[in-house]
Design a protein. Structure first.
Length: 339
């Protein structure tokens, strides 16, 4: 792939679900690319992937892959990022990393372009981190309200699609549904991704548990929200739940603010917030659902109401495509900001 102007761009993990979504976003947004390099493991090297009318051959990822690259989008897991991202950055390449590897590093900005775009200017390690998908979706809903009322604390419960576990999560759900529909039972051999049956069930565990009883996924929202918003005293408590949905995460949020809130003013705030769309007319059964956000760029917000327990608090519901805005799109948007 070549053109007369644009960035020399690489995608690490190009054959994975998020890598493929990155390619879709780059094409749809007409990202200026002078040369595109697709990188993956040795077993994927040689595959050809279509992009803008051409077939691009996948190359094996090595530490020497980044000598002539301007921007590298990493989406191949934390282990790969830890091993190869520093080499890419040392070669002068700006790394945009989708893993959790560098998110809490003080020298690595953690960026949602609609919220803290200026953070990318200070990147001493030449690495920019993409936040956790649930954190992105939640903060897209809360940021315009934070600007109005001053965010104080967050109480949240997430409802996370199985594609958040990768392709195997979708396969496991579909296989279990098929067995149940045929009158069979889900056996232990069919529970490889999740510790319990996911079909016709919900599992209140995403990622592993830590010593304080929260999972790593739940703690990500706590610490990442503080860093993205620049609120070191922000309190966040969260329960993350896996649900039998293919794609798009949902989050139920109660946000407590420093100042009095107004529901109509809160609803109006989303007209000024790029990447969000208000879907909030309960009288017509209009509220965000996963199917409506899947494959879409916007986070959908609805069910906005004053909390009946806490003062200066709003409760709302948000859904967003965690593969797209929660990963691939956010990374491409960051790349668009890199000069």
């Amino acid at each position: 792939m070549s053109a007369t102007t644009g960035k020399r761009l690489a995608i690490v993990g190009a054959t994975g679900a998020v890598g493929q979504e990155m390619l879709d976003c780059l094409e749809e947004r007409n990202f200026p690319i002078s040369e595109l390099t697709l990188l993956a493991s040795a077993r994927s090297a040689g595959k050809e992937i279509p992009f803008r009318g051409n077939l691009i051959k996948v190359k094996e990822l090595t530490r020497d892959s980044f000598a002539d690259i301007d921007i590298a989008l990493f989406s191949a897991g934390g282990g790969i990022s830890k091993e190869f991202a520093p080499s890419a950055a040392a070669a002068g390449c700006v790394v945009i990393d989708n893993s959790s590897c560098f998110r809490m590093d003080e020298d690595v900005p953690l960026v949602v372009p609609e919220i803290n775009p200026d953070a990318i200017k200070d990147r001493p390690r030449n690495i920019i981190a993409n936040p956790n998908c649930t954190s992105i979706i939640t903060l897209m809903a809360l940021f315009p309200l934070h600007k109005l009322y001053g965010l104080k604390s967050i109480i949240a419960s997430s409802y996370q699609a199985v594609s958040g576990s990768g392709a195997q999560g979708i396969i496991e759900l579909d296989e279990q549904i098929k067995v149940l529909a045929g009158g069979g039972e889900v056996t232990a051999e069919m529970k490889k991704v999740y510790p319990h049956q996911i079909a016709s069930n919900v599992i209140p565990q995403v990622d592993v548990f830590t010593d304080n009883g929260y999972t790593k996924e739940e703690l990500k929202m706590h610490f990442e929200s503080r860093k993205i918003l620049g609120l070191s005293d922000l309190n966040v408590t969260c329960t993350c739940v896996r649900v039998p949905v293919h794609r798009s995460h949902c989050v139920s949020v109660t946000a407590i603010f420093n100042n009095p809130v107004d529901v109509e003013e809160a609803r109006a705030a989303y007209t000024e917030m790029p990447g969000t769309r208000l879907v909030d007319d309960p009288s017509k059964n209009l509220y965000p659902v996963p199917l409506d956000s899947t494959k879409g760029d916007d986070c959908l917000i609805g069910r906005i109401r004053k909390d009946m327990v806490l003062e200066n608090a709003l409760t709302l519901w948000v859904t967003g495509d965690q593969v797209r805005k929660g990963a691939a799109l956010n990374a491409v948007q960051i790349a668009e900001l890199v000069e």
